[in-house]
Design a binder for this molecule. Structure first.
Ligand code: C2E
Ligand code: MG
Ligand code: MG
Ligand code: MG
Length: 278
């Protein structure tokens, strides 16, 4: 009885906020349904060689077109999925779809897939990925997992163990949004990364010259000195590309080389071989 009263009071008190909360529950239910019905789509953005624009691979990016609300950006539904436990089925769907798609490409280009920290908490992530590779016929060395620095905070020992299992499959690991987290330098030594992806905010800094240029160049050289592949994200202009190339940056991704597009477009781009801006 006391409990019911308490809930009633809370509801009255919260009438206005409830509209939002209800919206949110509805959206979560819709997302669950979209995942089950496999209505989430992937778009693929080219990853290119800075020297000649050759397409080296694609990053898979999740897209959700809500039947009523239209496109909802991953910056909204991915954090929501993380909060309500849907990130595991979402992550599986993304991995399966991306690997199946890449296995059908005429060229052995790489496929990069974003993976949330929660996915590293499932029983046996490496086992699941091994199974997906087997089912889709994709060779492990064509799959790259993109993780962010937040992954290494919870349980570094466990994360390291899983990463080593993944490396046994030939799977590559990239540190995404590099430079936006903290303690990155320690992580770079401690975990078996193959690549860093310099966050696009550093590319924005290139246009201002001076400090922006110094900072970008320092990060790029850090990655190169550690023997890592260094990819620069968010390249939008020829001027930025010129600077990045001049500083020794070899892998690039951004609107200049192509916006994320549907699977059929990725196949056409791959057949063409290099980004149209070259
Ligand atoms: P991210 O992994 O850092 O992906 C790069 C984001 O930058 C993408 O946004 C991409 O569309 C955008 N982008 C690429 N080139 C340019 C450019 O030249 N200029 C600008 N301004 N933006 C550019 P998107 O697709 O909205 O994805 C946002 C974030 O959502 C991703 O950031 C990633 O963290 C997350 N995400 C997307 N798909 C998935 C997924 O399947 N699983 C997980 N866990 N996260 C995902
Ligand atoms: Mg990414
Ligand atoms: Mg990124
Ligand atoms: Mg990002």
């Amino acid at each position: 009885k006391a409990k019911a009263d308490g809930r009633g009071r809370f509801q009255r008190f919260n009438t206005i906020m409830n509209t939002n909360l209800q919206d949110r529950y509805q959206l979560e239910a819709d997302l669950r349904e979209a995942i089950e019905a496999r209505h989430l789509l992937l778009h693929y953005q080219p990853i290119c060689d800075a020297k000649d624009g050759a397409i080296l691979g694609f990053e898979a990016l999740a897209r959700w077109c809500h039947p009523v609300r239209g496109n909802i950006p991953p910056g909204v539904f991915v954090p929501m999925a993380e909060e309500c436990g849907l990130i595991i089925p979402l992550g599986r769907l993304v991995l399966e779809t991306a690997c199946a798609e890449a296995a059908g490409w005429a060229e052995p280009a790489r496929i990069a897939v974003n993976v949330s920290p929660a996915q590293f908490r499932v029983e046996d992530l490496a086992g699941e990925i091994a199974e997906i590779l087997r089912r889709t016929g994709l060779s492990g060395d064509r799959l790259e997992l993109e993780v962010t620095e937040s992954l290494m905070i919870d349980d570094p020992e466990r994360v390291l163990r899983i990463m080593l299992e993944l490396k046994q499959l030939g799977v590559r690991i990239a540190l995404d949004d590099f430079g936006t987290g903290y303690a990155s330098l320690i992580y770079l030594r401690r975990f078996p990364f193959d690549q860093i992806k310099i966050d696009q905010s550093f590319v924005r800094g290139l246009d201002q010259e001076g400090e922006g240029l110094l900072l970008f160049s320092a990060i790029l050289n850090l990655g190169i000195s550690l023997g890592l592949e260094v990819l620069t994200e968010g390249v939008e202009t020829e001027a930025q590309l010129e600077i990045i190339r001049g500083l020794g940056g070899r892998m690039v991704q951004g609107y200049l080389f192509g916006r994320p597009g549907p699977a059929a477009e990725a196949r056409e781009r791959l057949a063409h071989g290099h980004a149209p801006c070259y």
